[in-house]
Design a protein around this ligand. Sequence first.
Ligand SMILES: [Mn+2]
Length: 345
Amino acid sequence: MNNLKQHAKLLEFKKFALGLEKKDKIAVVYDSDPDGLSAAVIVSKAIQRLRGKKPELVFFQQQSIVSLQESTIQKLKKHKINKLIILDLAVDQDAKQIKKAEKFAHLLVLDHHKTYKNISSKKTVFLKSNDFSFLDPSKYATAKLSFDLFAEVADIGDLKWLACVGLTGDYCISIWKNFCKTMFKETGFTQKGIQSVVKLISSVETVNRKQIAALYKELLRAKRPQDSEHSKYGHYKKLVEKELKILLAEFAKKKEIFAKQELVFFAFKSKYDIKSILVNRISTEIYPNKTVVLAEEKGKNIVTLSARKELKDAMAGGHIPAAGGKIEKKDLEKFKQNVIRILSE
Ligand SMILES: [Mn+2]
């Protein structure tokens, strides 16, 4: 990254952020995970402070699809949105949908997933973490990127803890240890408190994703991590822990290990959408040095996939069926063989 490009990108951002006015109709679309949600809270508060008014519309898309859905475009139109901010979603995967939104709005896209396509334009400010840092983009969470950028134009020093929620949720905390440590010193908050918020968000997402909207409102009111602890969604944490225990016991019995490929494979069923929590638990605590692939059977015919380590790229790069890692059940064996082949190369 050269400083010139960084400088130009920052100017583009500042022009967008400082150009937000009271008369604008602003929407924020975010990913419903701990990073996306805390980014949404940071950005909403920054907007409130910049123009004296909250964004008009803040929501996540119903299916966890990374690109802008048709229903989203319709919703934005209906609400006469003219400024659209998209957080923690690799919407550059479907540039066509971005072009549709550009017909009625100016866009700001903040994300840290791998870049698929440069969607920068006269209408769109497109900023990925790797525009600002040499770090592996997956290590510069969207909440932190949002914090760093909006801190350039608004007084949001009190929101550092939310950036740490995003960093913890996306497993980037070790790289940003000093940032969080300084915040702990300034505030008296603890990593345990931050972790508790992350757990709350990912549990709500897992058990009843719709409730993330209510949690957004709670976090908007929260001044400290503890403020969300008494949340009525606290029991979701227990439900998820219970389910994890059952699945980890099953994992211990049924996992398949391919030693040569350093691959761990596990297929399972759950009433929850729990595979990202499970894959993170396994890949951080049980098999940190292996590629972990989980296949969760959904309904009769569909299997959704989640992978950690090298395969993340293979998956994103299209080696594995697209649409966020979703395949038909009959293709599971073929998929597994493909994974083994890719890892053998
Ligand atoms: Mn993220």
